[in-house]
Design a protein around this ligand. Structure first.
Ligand code: PEP
Ligand code: MG
Length: 587
């Protein structure tokens, strides 16, 4: 193929050079007409393909290595999908009704199901459309008689519409250098897998399936969002150097990750980790985390059935016991739209502004009490704090306090060992919460700034609407002033203030929040050593002066320029190894 330069969304940092290997690239099947006497045979072919795929997936499940055990669950969900009546019965009915071949019918049903999921508001569920697509592609492959056998090779860059854990299990995991996909998002399996394997990955790479062929040389740049197909010698030389320099930087940052994050003028900043699966907790000491700043509890609730209190207790107990310091566990942050359909009580027209976060849990108190019981029980095993999402009124915090008191009494009466006094924190992520931080600060023990939601609620933009994405700028004065207000209000009441949105791993956010006096930052584990390294190079006093100037200004480009200048001064070429949404890619 000729040299091509494509762009994608980086979801796992790093640079990789290798050979592209496509998975599941069956062309869209033809609408093959059949006669009534062939219906039975087509339906039988579909069932056989489903059985073969089920077997492939079960085998893949058995190959999951010890350190990637959590992927068994994902593959097991895909096995279930191959038996889902929505998929199987609908396809059989379509074959009979339209008198068409199994492949075409299956493709129609899979496309429809994907559409249903893609239109969901919750990013986790939206990304589950990819599971359906991946299973669909496997079945289509089988129907066409192809198998997914992969030739051995080194330096593989896997490419596909999307990639699931089962695909990786068919390969020699150590030969995979990177992943590129046409679909996916930050929470897609591709992203989670790549981050877990510490390899670079890009999703949403446009034109990927037309610009590249199996066996093409390729460079993927998970820092800048570039994909180079059939790169020139110059490209190869440039990126080889950059990859070597990035690896050296990463090794150096990891080697010093256990050092405290003290600024050059001796201000200590806590750097904690954001995680969402319990097994991640035990790996955090390797990246130098001072604790868990945000444990998202949504995953357990996204299955077909609600988790039991015992299941939740086991999960939180692991988190608390394996955490390198304090574990801040956030109560369920989802709305009706975020639960599986079986659990959906009703559909809301605008779920982002609806019954989500604390509003949802206060409305479903049985579920909430079970979670709180599990949390208080786990609280006995280590240092645990509870964090409340989407707070917009003081009454919400008071209601939770009352519930915790009741749950505490209930556990005491039943002689169930638990912690009675667990610190309670509030996520500041709605404009209402920002404006009442002075009052909220008297009702809780700590603040955590959820910049992801805060920015989109402040700017009145829909996270999924690309037409208004340009407004999601953390340097907007409304965001900057809010950050300062939250930190100051918390401090006035003696609270510690942390930040756990993506802005905490953005070098621009680090400089500004440090300058405003933030006590700790909580970031994804893959960014943690780099963020500590950055903090150790910053002068807190200089950051304060810069933050003051930014707070007084209305000129966003000028502010970005000022912060960039400071970052260039302290980090030099290392700045290009950090990703920055403020700068729209790598810093
Ligand atoms: C946030 O909103 O910044 C946050 C950390 O929460 P989440 O991304 O889970 O909504
Ligand atoms: Mg949030």
């Amino acid at each position: 193929m000729a040299r091509a330069h494509l762009y994608g969304t980086p979801v796992s940092p790093g640079i990789a050079l290798g050979t592209i290997h496509f998975l599941h690239t069956e062309p869209v099947p033809d609408k093959r007409r059949i006669v009534p006497s062939e219906v039975e045979a087509e339906q039988q072919a579909l069932r056989q393909a489903l059985e073969a795929v089920r077997e492939d997936l079960r085998q893949a499940m058995n190959k999951v290595p010890e350190d990637l055990q959590e992927y068994r669950e994902i593959i097991s969900a895909q096995v279930e999908m191959t038996q889902d009546p929505k998929l199987v019965d609908s396809t059989c009915q379509l074959i009979a009704r339209e008198q068409v071949g199994a492949a075409w019918a299956l493709n129609c049903v899979v496309t429809q199901l994907c559409e249903v999921f893609r239109n969901m508001d919750d990013p986790y569920l939206r990304d589950r459309a990819q599971d359906i697509r991946v299973v669909g592609m496997r079945i289509l492959n089988r129907l066409s008689g192809a198998t997914d056998a992969v030739q051995a090779g080194d330096n593989l860059i896997l490419a596909s519409e999307d990639i699931s854990p089962a695909d990786i299990m068919d390969l020699d995991v150590h030969s995979i250098r990177g992943i590129v996909t046409r679909e996916g998002g930050l929470t897609s399996h591709t992203a989670i897998l790549a981050r877990g394997m510490h390899i670079p990955a890009l999703v949403c790479v446009t034109n990927l399936l037309v610009a590249a062929r199996d066996g093409d040389k390729v460079i993927i740049d998970g820092l800048g969002g570039n994909v180079l197909i059939s790169p020139s010698e110059e490209d190869t030389l440039h990126y080889s150097r950059r990859a070597t320099a990035y690896s050296a930087w990463q090794v150096a940052a990891r080697n010093t990750a256990h050092w405290p994050a003290d600024t050059t003028d001796a201000l200590r900043v806590g750097v904690l980790a954001n995680i969402e699966r319990p097994h991640e907790a035990r790996e955090l000491s390797q990246v130098g985390a001072d604790g868990i700043g945000l444990y998202r509890t949504e995953f357990a609730f996204l299955r077909e059935t609600l988790p039991t209190e015992e299941e939740l207790y086991a999960e939180y107990a692991t988190v608390v016991q394996d955490a390198p310091g304090r574990a801040i566990i956030r109560t369920l942050d989802c709305g009706a739209d975020k639960l599986t359909r079986a659990q959906q009580a009703f559909k809301e027209p605008n779920p982002a502004l609806g019954l989500r976060g604390i509003r949802f849990t206060l409305h479903h108190q049985d579920l909430f009490r079970a979670q709180l019981r599990a949390l208080l029980r786990a609280g006995r095993l280590g240092k645990l704090s509870i964090l409340l999402p989407m707070i917009s009124t003081v009454e919400e915090v008071r209601s939770v306090r009352r519930l915790i008191q009741e749950v505490d009494q209930e556990l005491t009466m039943r002689n169930v060992p638990h912690a009675s006094r667990v610190p309670l924190g509030v996520m500041i992520e709605t404009p209402a919460a920002v404006l009442i931080t002075d009052v909220l600060a008297r009702e809780c023990d700590f603040f955590s700034i959820g910049s992801n939601d805060l920015i989109h609620y402040l700017m009145a933009i829909d996270r999924n609407n690309r037409h208004v994405a340009y407004l999601g700028d953390a340097m907007h004065p409304a965001v900057i002033r809010s950050l300062k207000r939250i930190i100051d209000s918390g401090h006035r009441e003696g609270l510690s203030v942390s930040a756990c949105g993506e802005l905490s791993s953005d070098p621009f956010g680090v400089v500004l929040m440090l300058g405003m006096g933030i006590d700790s930052l909580s970031v994804s584990p893959s960014f943690l050593p780099g963020i500590k390294h950055l903090i150790r190079k910053l002068d807190a006093q200089a950051c304060t002066e810069l933050a003051t100037q930014v707070l007084l200004s209305m000129d966003i480009p000028a502010c970005k320029h000022m912060v960039n200048e400071m970052l260039q001064k302290v980090l030099g070429h290392e700045l290009s190894f950090m990703t920055s949404a403020v700068m729209g890619g790598h810093a």
